[in-house]
Design a protein. Structure first.
Lengths: 147, 172
């Protein structure tokens, strides 16, 4: 096989043609890129508005791993949803368990009274009262220990 | 700064887009990437008319722009992602489809063999064989010494020859 033959054979291979519909699309994009410069010839680099800059910085931050960020956002939304559902159901449960009828109230008071009688007022007072420490002479303390 | 007129951009597109498309497709092997890069080049030209000011060889200059854009894209993505994408996506042949079965086999094999070349050899082989540039022009476009361009071409062509020899002998 001669090298020239091989090279000329390769050279004869026709290349894939450019898709014709690209012409309009690419030229439209090029024209769109020209528009800001034509419309504002004095300010060549107009300052972007703050929502745009926020969006731009967000997209540049999130772009490297969009799926990971979306997953993280989904997890947070789930956690918030669970949190709200628990918070909403808690007062309802409390309302359900609260005594509403007067019979229940009377029964409760009777039980409290019975409990107070069983325990007794003096014992409870002694138990509640803090014991006072009164220092005594050393000799008296030794006598007490001997006794 | 003088903006290139609409007609000027259209003229540039009609004169050079097909060659740029073939070169970019051979480098990226992906139609979507080729389209993005081609659009990037023409948007750049539309924004700044001084890009072409004083340029004698428009084609060589635009191929240089295209090569730099493709290398930037490959670097941005990294080798791992590129390889993964190549496995996932269908690799597009830079050659025109044909109904002749022998020609089809040869073109498919040639496209595969080109795809196995390193990007720098593939670029030189493409510019020499299908863009018709001399080694000096290739060297200027790729910013390498002419000897390097020639040796890359020889290495690339030897690999293609080794891979395609049996097929070439069979259908010659």
């Amino acid at each position: 096989m001669k090298p020239d033959d091989f090279e000329s054979r390769l050279q004869r291979q026709p290349l894939r043609p450019i898709p014709p519909e690209w012409r309009a699309e690419i030229l439209a994009a090029a024209r769109a890129a020209q528009v800001p410069y034509h419309s504002s010839p004095v300010t060549r680099h107009p300052q972007p508005s703050w929502p745009y800059s926020i969006l731009y910085s967000l997209s540049s931050l999130l772009w490297p791993h969009p799926k990971a960020w979306a997953g993280l956002a989904a997890v947070w939304i789930f956690i918030l949803a669970v949190n709200f559902s628990i918070r909403d159901s808690a007062p309802r449960r409390a309302e359900k368990s609260a005594p509403t009828t007067p019979e229940v109230l009377v029964e409760l008071r009777q039980q409290q009274r019975l409990f107070a009688e069983l325990v007794g007022p003096r014992e409870s007072r002694d138990a509640d009262r803090p014991r006072m420490f009164t220092p005594k002479p050393r000799g008296e303390r030794a006598e007490m220990m001997v006794v | 700064m003088k903006m290139p007129a609409r007609q000027e951009i259209e003229r540039l597109y009609d004169a050079h887009a097909a060659a740029l498309f073939a070169f970019l497709l051979n480098l990226t092997r992906a139609e979507a990437d080729t389209r993005d890069l081609l659009q990037e080049i023409f948007v750049k030209l539309a924004r700044d008319a001084t890009l072409l000011a004083g340029v004698r060889e428009e084609r060589a200059f635009l191929i240089r722009l295209a090569h730099n854009a493709a290398i930037d894209l490959m670097r941005r993505r990294g080798t791992r992602e590129r390889t993964k994408e190549n496995f996932a996506a269908e690799i597009i042949s830079p050659f025109a489809p044909t109904r002749d079965p022998d020609e089809k086999i040869f073109r498919d094999e040639l496209a595969d063999a080109l795809g196995e070349l390193p990007a720098e050899q593939r670029a030189v082989v493409h510019l020499k064989l299908w863009a018709g540039l001399t080694f000096e022009e290739i060297a200027a476009v790729l910013d390498i010494p002419p000897n390097t361009a020639a040796s890359r071409y020889r290495y690339g062509l030897d690999k293609l020859r080794g891979r395609l020899r049996p097929l070439y002998e069979e259908i010659k």
